[in-house]
Design a protein around this ligand. Structure first.
Ligand code: MTE
Length: 316
């Protein structure tokens, strides 16, 4: 079976980091079509394809640092969704077969008013807004994504967490008929994630139901997924069917697969290398030169206070 960056049996010698691989493809392609690119541009073609075959960023949508949104084609064509495939460009065509209606989300556990929401209830009850967030994947690439969503806090307030609730656990759908990746025994399905309750209640933490003003593409986690912009992308769990309030810190898929590599917090931290690669820089999809990774992915002003007094090397 094909080994990927996060296969726990992978040895350092097995590795071609994702970005090295992409850059190598870029060079091969540039070598082959270098003159062609110049000619096309001279013919007035406005959009150019980057090395993963996607169009240029959208300068009409900027994040608060002034960076443009990654193209829709890249956001919807270059995905991590292991229930479908480990191949980023194989996910979208496979996910097209997933049925996302009807869809229910149970919000339960240590709450006074447990409730199972239909996706239609969620769309009617919680007004959505656009938030342009950076997403930094633990693999060393990043995107800027114009999400449509609402704060997770809104749905949590609706069910009234009890005073004992301290954490939130999230569970993704398992749909064996449409998700061939579930047959991969390397992972303890379902995909699960977790947040501390104060992280979950933070205004930056979103439930997203769309992007670029449209319904969420299946490959991006339809019909609803979590978005936590100051944490590595794998915390942003897709196609959620259950949200549970708990007293104890929940296990997560990644922390059970490789606890020394993927901690519960997983805050973006350029000073804490992954055991197999540095996290100091990243490659923004659509750009060629690497850029420096920023502490808490640039959201420190809003979220650093959540971790005051914590040793972020120990609680990584
Ligand atoms: N959620 C589920 N259920 N399954 C997954 O494989 N991959 C995670 C996260 N959420 C994943 C998931 C990882 S590693 C990343 S980087 C992001 O989704 C990717 O989100 P995107 O494809 O929308 O860019």
């Amino acid at each position: 079976m094909k080994k990927t960056w996060n296969d726990p049996t992978l040895k350092p010698s097995d590795i071609t980091p994702e970005d090295v691989y992409i850059n190598r493809r870029h060079f091969l392609k540039m070598g082959a079509i270098g003159l062609g690119v110049v000619a096309l541009t001279a013919c007035g073609v406005e959009t150019t394809k980057n090395e993963v075959g996607q169009t240029e960023p959208d300068y009409s949508k900027l994040d608060e640092l002034g960076d443009p949104a990654t193209s829709f084609e890249a956001i919807a064509g270059y995905n991590n969704f292991y229930e479908f495939s480990l191949g980023k460009e194989e996910v979208a065509p496979l996910a097209a077969k997933m049925t996302v209606r009807p869809w229910e989300v149970a919000v339960e556990g240590m709450v006074n008013r447990p409730r199972t929401f239909l996706i239609e209830d969620i769309l009617a009850m919680f007004p959505r807004e656009e938030r342009v967030y950076r997403m930094r994947c633990v693999e060393g690439w990043s995107m800027v994504i114009p999400w449509l969503g609402f704060p997770l806090a809104a749905i949590l307030k609706e069910v009234e967490p009890t005073s004992e609730a301290r954490y939130v656990r999230f569970v993704s759908a398992t749909l064996p008929d449409s998700m061939p990746g579930l047959r991969n025994p390397a992972f303890p399905w379902p995909y699960t994630e977790g947040l501390r309750l104060d992280e979950a209640m933070h205004d930056l933490t979103l439930i997203s139901t769309g992007l670029y003003g449209k319904e969420l593409p299946n490959q991006n986690g339809a019909p609803l997924r979590l978005v936590v912009p100051w944490k590595y992308g794998f915390k942003s769990i897709k196609s959620i069917v259950k949200i549970q309030l708990t007293a104890e810190q929940p296990d997560t898929l990644w922390s059970s697969v490789a606890p020394n590599e993927y901690g519960f917090y997983s805050n973006v931290n350029p000073g804490k290398p992954h055991p197999r690669w540095s996290q100091e820089t990243e490659r923004r999809i659509g750009e060629f030169k690497r850029r420096e990774t920023i502490m808490f992915n640039g959201y420190a002003e809003s979220v650093a206070g959540l971790y005051a007094g914590m040793d972020l090397d120990q609680y990584f």
